[in-house]
Write a protein that binds this ligand. Structure first.
Ligand SMILES: [Fe+2]
Ligand SMILES: [Fe+2]
Length: 275
C-alpha cells in the first residue's frame, strides 16, 4: 500500500444515558462515510464517564462499529480514569487496573502498532504516565520495543494527551493537560532516537498543528464540545472537527477540518452531561 488515508476523531464523549453529544458524532460519521478513509483512529475520551457508567464504552463501540471502516482506539481520562500530574495534581478518578481491563474488554489492547504506506503507526495510553501501575513500566518497555521495530521508518504516535505546549522543559499552566514533566525526558529520548515525525493527540478540545524539536504535534479538535475561555485558557482553535491524514512513504499531509454543521454547545449542556 503506497498511500494510507486516515481520519482521526477525538473526544466524542459518547453515552447512551447522556446522549448530549451524539448529534456531533453523527455529523462526524457522515463525514467519514463521505471520505471513506482506510481507517479511523479515535484518540480518547470516547465515553462521557466510563468509570462510573461502563455502558458508555459499549455504546461508543456500537457507534464506532457503525462507521463501517476499521477503527483503532486509545484510552482517554474519561475512559479509564486519569493520572497524577504536574504540581502535585491528583485526579478525582485515578486510573486503575480494573478500569483499564474494562476498556480493553471492549476495545482491545491499550497499546497497538501497525505499518502502512512505509510508516510505523503506534497508539499508547497517556493516563499511565506517573500512575505507578505495573502497566506504566510495561508500556515503556513496549514502546521501546515498538520504536526499535520501526527501525528507520517514519513513526506516527497517537496519545490522548499532548506531549507539551511550547517546549519540553516548560512550566505547565494546566497540570492535567500534558504528559507530566517528570515523564518527558525519558519519553522524548525514545522519540528522538527513533524517526518519530508525528505526535497526534486529543484531550484539550482545541486544535493545533506545530513543530517542536523536529516533531509535528497535531492536536485534534474534539467532536463533542469546546469550553469557554473563562473555564479554559485558549492555546489553539476552539472549534469542533476532525483531522485527515494522507500517509505516503516518507511524507504525510495533514488537514484539520471543521464541519459547519457541528454544534458548539452552551456550557449548561456540557454541565448537564456531567451532572
Ligand atoms: Fe475530552
Ligand atoms: Fe481528556
Amino acid at each position: 500500500m503506497n498511500s494510507f488515508r486516515l481520519i482521526q476523531i477525538s473526544d466524542t464523549h459518547l453515552s447512551r444515558a447522556r446522549p448530549h453529544f451524539v448529534g456531533n458524532y453523527e455529523i462526524a460519521a457522515q463525514h467519514v462515510a463521505g471520505e471513506k478513509p482506510d481507517m479511523v483512529i479515535h484518540s480518547g475520551d470516547i465515553a462521557v464517564d466510563a468509570p462510573t457508567r461502563p455502558d458508555d464504552l459499549v455504546f461508543a463501540q456500537e457507534a464506532l462499529n457503525s462507521l463501517g471502516v476499521p477503527c483503532r482506539t486509545i484510552a482517554g481520562n474519561h475512559d479509564v480514569g486519569d493520572n497524577p500530574g504536574d504540581n502535585d495534581y491528583q485526579p478525582g478518578q485515578r486510573i486503575n487496573a480494573p478500569w483499564i481491563s474494562a476498556f480493553e474488554a471492549v476495545f482491545g489492547p491499550s497499546q497497538w502498532q501497525f505499518e502502512a504506506a512505509g510508516w510505523h503507526i503506534l497508539g499508547i495510553n497517556a493516563q499511565l504516565f506517573l500512575s505507578g501501575l505495573d502497566e506504566e513500566s510495561a508500556q515503556m518497555v513496549w514502546l521501546e520495543e515498538a520504536l526499535d521495530r520501526a527501525g528507520d521508518k517514519p513513526v506516527a504516535l497517537f496519545c490522548h494527551k499532548p506531549l507539551l505546549n511550547k517546549a519540553l522543559d516548560e512550566e505547565t499552566e494546566v497540570a492535567f493537560r500534558y504528559v507530566p514533566l517528570a515523564c518527558r525526558p525519558r519519553l522524548n529520548a525514545l522519540l528522538q532516537a527513533a524517526n518519530v515525525r508525528l505526535f497526534s493527540c486529543g484531550h484539550v478540545h482545541q486544535s493545533r498543528d506545530h513543530v517542536v524539536d523536529g516533531i509535528r504535534h497535531v492536536w485534534a479538535p474534539a467532536t463533542a464540545f469546546t469550553l469557554p475561555d473563562a473555564m479554559q485558557p485558549r492555546v489553539g482553535v476552539k472549534r469542533c472537527g476532525l483531522v485527515h491524514y494522507a500517509f505516503t512513504p516518507g511524507d504525510v499531509q495533514v488537514e484539520t477540518v471543521f464541519p459547519e454543521a457541528m454544534q458548539h454547545h452552551e456550557l449548561t449542556v456540557i454541565k448537564d452531561a456531567y451532572a
